[in-house]
Every structure is written in C-alpha cells, then in structure tokens.
Design a protein around this ligand. Structure first.
Ligand code: SAM
Ligand code: SF4
Length: 461
C-alpha cells in the first residue's frame, strides 16, 4: 500500500547523527556561562525585538506514574504538598518576569506542557490562568493549549478547561492496544478517546490533537496501521505520530523496554511510511515529519503560504507565536537574541525562586550571523524552501555574503540533487517530497557550527 517508498540505500546513507534543529544553535550548545543576569538583560532587550507578541510556556513536571518510554522532563509523584509549593514558586516566577516586560506587549499564546498538566486540579490551573490574565493583556483570540494524559481526565475536567479558555487540548494516546500500554507501564483510560474528542469538538470552542508513538514493544506494522485507522475514524483536528526515541543512557527506565523487545529500524520505517500515506489519503496535510493537520488548519495554511514556524513546543504560525517566556523546571525561554533554560529539579527550582533568584541553568546569546543561519535552517525545516533574495533583504546583506555565512556548499547540494532530495536555482532551494524525510541532513549542510568537538546528536531517521 506504500506510495512513498523511501529507498533503503538513502536511509543507510543519511541515517547519521544530526541535530533536530528545534532551536538554532541546538540545545547542547547552551552554556553554563549564561547567567541569571544575562537572562534578566535578555528579557529586557527582547522588548525591542520582533516578535512583539508574548508566548508563555508553563511546565508542569508531575506525573502520577512513569511510562517507561518517556523522554520528557518529569517528576513522578502524587505528593500534593510538593505540587502546591511548586505552583507557588511558578506564580512567583511569573511575578518576577512581569516587570521586565513592556506592558504594551500582548500575550498571543499560552502552552501548558509536561509532565502531565492535568495532574493538577482545576482550582490550581484556574489560579495560574487568573494570575496571567491579571498581569498581562491578551490578544483577541489567543491560543491556549494544554497537554493531557487521558487516563487522568473526565468530562467535567474537560468542560472546566474549555470554560477557562483552553482552545487546543492534546491527548496523549500513544496506542490503543492495552498490551502495548501495559508493557510500557501506562495507565489505560477508562473513558474512550472518541468520547473526549466528540466532547471537545462538540463544544465548538476547542480543537483536539492526538499524540501517538510508533516503535514501542508489541507494536507491529499491521497493528500500528489499525491504530492509525482508528484514530482517523475518530477524526482529530491534528495528529502527531512520534518515532520512539530510545536513549536508555539518559532515560534509564527505557532499558526495561529492551527486554520486551524493541521494533527494528526497517519495521519502524514501514510504520512511518504507512502512517504518512494513510494520513495524506484521508485528507490531512503532513507538517514536518510527524505532525498532520486538516487542510483548513492554520498550520496547513501557513505551510502553503511558506510562513510556518517552529519552537520547542512544536510547529506554529507567526501570527500566534511570539518570543517564548518559559516558567517552571527545564522551561526554555526562546527570545529573538537568546535562549535560557531553567533548573531541572523541582527542589532546586523552588529553593531559588523562594530566594528571589531566577533558576537560569544555561543559555545562549545569538550573534546577528547566527540569527541568519537560524532563519535559513528554520525555513528549510518548516517550509521546505529558502529564498536567497528574501534572506539577503531581511538581513540587509548581499547574496554572496549570505552564502559565505552559511558556508554554501555547491558540491553537497548537487549530491542532494542527484539523490532527488532537492532542487536548487539562483532563486533558492526547494526540498522535494522525498527530501522531506532527510530534511535534517539538508538543514545541517547550512550549519557552519556542525562538527564542533564534543557535540553528539541522535540519528537523522
Ligand atoms: C508531555 S507528554 C504529553 C502529556 C502526558 N504526559 C501524556 O503522556 O499523555 C508529550 C508527548 O511526548 C511523547 N513522547 C514521550 N516520550 C517519548 C519518546 N521517548 N519518544 C517519542 N515520543 C515521546 C508522547 O507522545 C507524549 O504524548
Ligand atoms: S509520557 Fe506523559 S504521563 Fe508518561 S511519564 Fe512521560 S510525561 Fe508522564
């Protein structure tokens, strides 16, 4: 049934370690020399930079139970005292950032991620949302999104989220098969996903995303095809199908899954190809490698208009996404001229904030040249196209200066061209549909910092 057939020899050739380019420079370039003082100065400076809109990221690390595959920043606990203390610190952090921001700037997006934000009760979520509304002005139709584990949801909770203004609710399904969920130690939702999707879409006020992972133990090409068929019958507004990222040296619990038997790379590739084809055949537009959206969705429209954008929270549009100010453990603020990441552990976070200090653990200050490279890489990764003329105009340079800064390598581009991954002209570079599967490799060819000593990355596929 595959129409997209990715030749094995290209997989062998390009499955090498390259950055995911969720940021530029990648997060493993962030350094400890970036201090709390740098963070304060960067936030103040960000008031003069584009984008003027404010995006707020709220990180809730808590989960009641650990899913063995999990690669996220989590803190497994059901301890209510710890949660309350964390939320007090989070509120304090918001109050500390607020005076640094120009009050005329408006919030266009709030994203609650985790961990499991719905491990909080509704009064706790209300408390933070009220604080944000008291301290910031919002645009007319802001995006207010939350990631939820459906095993800890009920209909009353979902209704309350919608009343609070949440208009995008992501449900982490991962798989419908109980055998798969049991093996990865994930609770099985007692309410069918279909019921939540009907409730959310039926409200007319919110959209729904469903998350899946392929490559987990007990999944087969045929079983994952059935999972996607079921998801399509439910009809979410967006869907994300993550490739299972196995990094047991960093996430120790993942080693447990090796005993249950992991899915091999060629089976994973078939799962990916099938999903891609099924989603397309059913009218969804592929966004990047793992996101799918209906054609009337703002992400699909942005891709068509070549204005799609990306941050640590996923794909987004320039209309909704501004510079990102992150709150909570491991949150990464993504400003025009700097990145800053918060402390990892709940205790050190609570401690620092209670002493009136930001918990900036590491970060990065970008030069104007790096902003240009970031622009080129973002355009390739999101919109599969880069215009040399537009880039030169945006950065007030000649085309030749742009080429020099990105170390334009004609020979490398002609190899990609011969492999059918892109077309190139004086105007710019366009990634082909086959090339989308190797877009990280193409982006990496415009990255002069790649190959610096001591930096390791996951493989491209
Ligand atoms: C913070 S969780 C979503 C909210 C909630 N904690 C849940 O699990 O439903 C974000 C998503 O990351 C994905 N994810 C987590 N660990 C992963 C891994 N090792 N590889 C690929 N995707 C992963 C899952 O699909 C998950 O839904
Ligand atoms: S997948 Fe979600 S619920 Fe499971 S441990 Fe990770 S963050 Fe928590």
């Amino acid at each position: 049934m595959n129409v997209i057939n990715i030749p094995e020899y290209l997989v062998d050739k390009y499955n090498v370690p390259v950055p995911r380019y969720t940021s530029y420079p990648p997060a493993n370039f962030f350094g400890k020399e970036f201090t709390e003082k740098d963070f304060r100065e960067s936030v103040i400076r960000s008031n003069k930079d584009d984008q003027q809109n404010i995006s707020i990221y709220i990180h809730i690390p808590f989960c009641p139970q650990l899913c063995y595959y999990c690669g996220c920043n989590t803190h497994i606990t059901r301890n209510e005292t710890m949660k309350s203390k964390y939320l007090e610190a989070l509120k304090q952090e918001i109050k500390m950032v607020r005076p640094l921001l120009d009050p005329t700037r408006k919030v266009s997006q709030v994203h609650w991620g985790g961990g499991t934000p719905n491990s909080l009760n509704i009064p706790q979520i209300t408390g933070i949302m009220e604080l944000l509304r008291e301290n910031f002005t919002f645009i007319d139709s802001p995006e207010i999104a939350i990631e939820c584990n459906p095993a800890h949801l009920d209909h009353a909770y979902v209704d309350s989220l919608i009343i609070l203004g949440f208009n995008r609710i992501s449900l982490g399904v991962q798989d419908f098969l109980e055998d798969v969920l049991n093996t990865v130690n994930r609770e099985i939702p007692s309410i069918p996903i279909d019921d939540f999707v009907k409730q959310i879409q039926g409200s007319g006020k919110a959209k729904v995303n469903l998350d899946f992972i392929y490559g987990l133990p007990h999944q087969t090409v045929a079983s994952f095809e059935k999972t996607i068929e079921k998801a399509l019958a439910i009809g979410p507004d967006r869907m994300v199908t993550f490739s299972y990222a196995h990094v047991p040296n960093i996430k120790k619990s993942q080693a447990i899954l090796e005993k249950a038997g992991l899915v091999g790379p060629s089976e994973k590739l078939r799962m990916f190809e099938n999903t891609y084809e099924m989603m397309k055949r059913n009218g969804y537009t592929p966004i990047g490698l793992d996101h799918f959206a209906r054609p009337d969705d703002e992400l699909a429209i942005s891709l068509n208009n070549k204005t799609l954008h990306r941050n640590f929270q996923g794909y987004c549009t320039r209309e909704t996404t501004g510079q990102v100010y992150a709150f909570g453990t491991t949150g990464i603020s993504q400003l025009e001229s700097a990145y800053a990441q918060n402390a990892k552990t709940v205790n050190s976070y609570i401690q620092a904030i209670s002493e009136g200090r930001f918990t900036t653990e590491k970060g990065y200050l970008l030069t104007s040249h790096q902003k240009l490279i970031r622009h080129v890489i973002n355009e390739i990764m999101c919109n599969y196209f880069i215009s040399w003329k537009d880039t030169a105009t945006k950065f007030n340079l000649q085309d030749s200066e742009v080429f020099k800064l990105i170390r334009y390598d004609e020979e490398q581009l002609s190899i990609f061209h011969e492999d059918g991954l892109l077309t190139s002209s004086n105007e710019g570079v366009t990634v082909t549909e086959l090339g989308r599967f190797f877009v990280r490799n193409i982006a990496a060819s415009f990255d002069p910092a790649l190959g610096q000593a001591g930096k390791t990355f996951s493989k491209a596929l």
